[in-house]
Design a protein around this ligand. Sequence first.
Ligand SMILES: Cc1cc2nc3c(=O)[nH]c(=O)nc-3n(C[C@H](O)[C@H](O)[C@H](O)COP(=O)(O)OP(=O)(O)OC[C@H]3O[C@@H](n4cnc5c(N)ncnc54)[C@H](O)[C@@H]3O)c2cc1C
Length: 411
Amino acid sequence: MSRSQRVVVVGGGIIGLAVAERLCRTRPGTEVTVVEKEPGWARHQTGRNSGVIHSGLYYPPGSAKARLCRAGATLMVEFARAEGIPHEVCGKLVVATRADELPRLRQLAARGRENGLTVTELDPAGAREHEPHVDALAAVHVAETGVVDYGRVCAALVRRLEAYGATLLLGVEVLGTSTPAAPALGTAGMGARGGVTVRTTRGDLPADLVVACAGLHADVVARRLGHEPDTRIVPFRGEYRVLAPAATHLVRGLVYPVPDPDLPFLGVHLTRGIDGEVHAGPNAVLALAREGYTWGTASWPDLRDTLAFPGSWRLAARHLRTGAHEMARSLSAHRFADSLRRLVPELRDEDLLPAPAGVRAQAVRRDGSLVDDFLVKRSGRVVHVLNAPSPAATSAFEIARHIVDDLLHEG
Ligand SMILES: Cc1cc2nc3c(=O)[nH]c(=O)nc-3n(C[C@H](O)[C@H](O)[C@H](O)COP(=O)(O)OP(=O)(O)OC[C@H]3O[C@@H](n4cnc5c(N)ncnc54)[C@H](O)[C@@H]3O)c2cc1C
């Protein structure tokens, strides 16, 4: 990549901002523009998550998630330290509450060790030393997990980008792209140099390279930028509650169930955030819109996209029972509390107060299988981030390194 190139980054979540910051820092002279459709940064997944710096416990050794999460977590902690952003590496407890979970808990401990983590297997008394109120048959403690506010990480990235002189466009949506037959306004020569023109709601942007980090709209933006992905984003809402002040003493740090191996999500858990609040959740219900943060938010174009994709139907057929259970739990505060009581039996329904939800962007293949790993592809002059679910916030700096140093460097 030559120094005078113009790179347009689509999306002002943590991935887009981390990519833009790495470009400015490591390739001085590159003209970087970040385009975000919302009036502020990190308004979607990045600003509506659990705030956990994941350790890399769950991911198959050698997978992109395992590699990028471990290295990314280290970079995240370094960044937070350098920027004075409150964070804590507090460790977490994974708790088995049923006998049938014990073999999976042992497998998880083995996987954690393979991934280079400090894992301690605990009996019930050992678990209670970490979390006095959990009811565990056995537990695993992982030392490397932490907490941070990813919104604050993004605010710091934006300050750095401003200092580097990047162009930051809020409230501007990317609509499409074209290889300019006629040069776009003020871009004479771009076509000859083989660039692209990014069409936005505020006019055309000339670019030599584009990096699309559009989260819940990853597949839509890929199509707008001329690439037909094999996958679709299916939006899964994650609903949270927050513990009432009188109940926060029941949880010291992070308490998770043993995950169901058939599901991509970790199961409702309890997380003491860096703000001291204890968040409960998230569950996983199919959202009726990509940005469907409540049952009342539906979008016909989004639903049409989901329903027209054969993978959605196959996914639904495969997970019918789980889906029905999740929906029932979403609609009943008592059921939601029941799931948490498996971990901490003293929790009462009234200890759980409403809290804002998030929506996960999960890529699904045509055969209905979920894309487990991160998926980033270069097609011509555009790099598409097609699947960046959890732990992508943790891994953001490593994902950015991969995009800038490996993918943008090619060709
Ligand atoms: C409920 C929940 C809990 C999670 N918990 C954790 C956790 O604890 N730890 C962790 O590591 N990860 C967690 N994650 C995952 C993490 O939040 C995401 O992986 C990460 O935020 C993805 O960042 P992103 O930049 O790809 O997407 P986003 O943050 O969604 O940003 C994409 C941006 O692109 C913009 N955009 C889309 N289309 C266009 C367009 N056409 N033009 C311009 N802009 C556009 C959007 O407005 C948006 O701001 C969680 C996610 C959820 C939903």
